[in-house]
Write a protein that binds this ligand. Sequence first.
Ligand code: ADP
Length: 419
Amino acid sequence: MNPDERLHRMERLLAVARGLSAAPEQETFLQLLISAASELTSSEAASVLEQDGSNQLRFVAAPWFHREMLQAVKVPLEGSAAGWVYQQKQPLILQDAQADARHNKDADRAANFTTRSLLAVPILYRGQPIGVLEVVNKRGDQPYNDEDVSILETLASLAGAAIANAALQRRVQATYDEMANLERMKNDFIAITSHELRTPLGLILGHATFLRELADEKHREQLDTIIRNATRLKEIVENLSNVDNVQSGAARLRRRTFSMTQVLTEVATSYLAEAREKGLDLRLSVEDDELRLEGDAEKISIALGNLIKNAIHYTDPGGHVVLVAERIPNHIKVSVIDDGIGIPDKDLPHIFDRFYQVESHLTRRHGGMGLGLSTAKAMIEMHGGKIWVESAEGKGSIFTFTLPLETPSERGRSKVFTV
Ligand code: ADP
């Protein structure tokens, strides 16, 4: 072979190798590969066969004029040249294919073609055979030589990478689909459960409250227990449906101008009794009493309430919870600071995920479902705000959120939010 020819071969092989990363899909790449294989070995046709999970090989790339006919052909591993190459993991040259018993004639018949000579090499991935690359009928009825074998082996290693990539991609896609399906099932479950629980819970609370009015001193305590626990259940159901609404895009912002100072005071006051009962010092420090904001006060109250509730939950008696609110450029910044148990570093990146809890739900001492922070995050982000945490285990946590002072009135109205 003269130097020009050699250079041309090198360039052609290089172009195929480049195609491996550039070609958008397996089929396009394999077509490119077989046309290079026929050209570089001066063959009439080339094809790629892949093992299809059974004891057979099927054509995954063939010249356009044979493609349709070969699609249905299955080549058995026993009694075919390709099967022999696949099983032996070795190249095979049949200079007179018709005279060799290993040549399987089904493909010839299907494509209305006569294979005179054949060269086949195994396609390996990590040493295991996954298919076969074949060229047939060397032009001028020349015999296939060592050079043809090494060209085909080079191309086969590229085909191996392409086929393995495509299989990996299919697996990733299947896992992704399965995850999406599980996520859908989980969301349906949340939606149905919270909806179905709400009505009976409302009835229990209503009737228990009514009975408490009529009951004598002796029975009041029992009724208080029923009311307290039913209220707790109601909170859980509300948290569930908040998450569900935000997820399904059903949550809408009801914007109006409101006083953030007032919201802070009201929410903090609603937790004063609980904090006192636990022996905690709950304080509010507002820098500027004219903290006015445009947004949905109810949703911001839910977010703030969840942060305060957690701070009380995760701080031991004698500890402190402080709410600090201040104006920063274009934003209001609110921090809920506690000197409680803190959060381990490894958990910090997941703390705002739905259903995430630091302690295992089997061993945990605190109640809750791991929804409070994800709900808070969703509510703050719906307003174009940000929320984050700084924490040191054993020392305490600071949960901070910022809300923009001027938000375009349409923002967040039609957007779908996920938590
Ligand atoms: P939960 O209902 O379990 O409290 P959250 O979403 O509100 O769920 O919080 C998720 C997890 O983050 C909690 O289980 C808790 O371990 C941790 N956490 C939240 N707030 C605090 C805090 N102030 N101090 C320590 N840990 C916290």
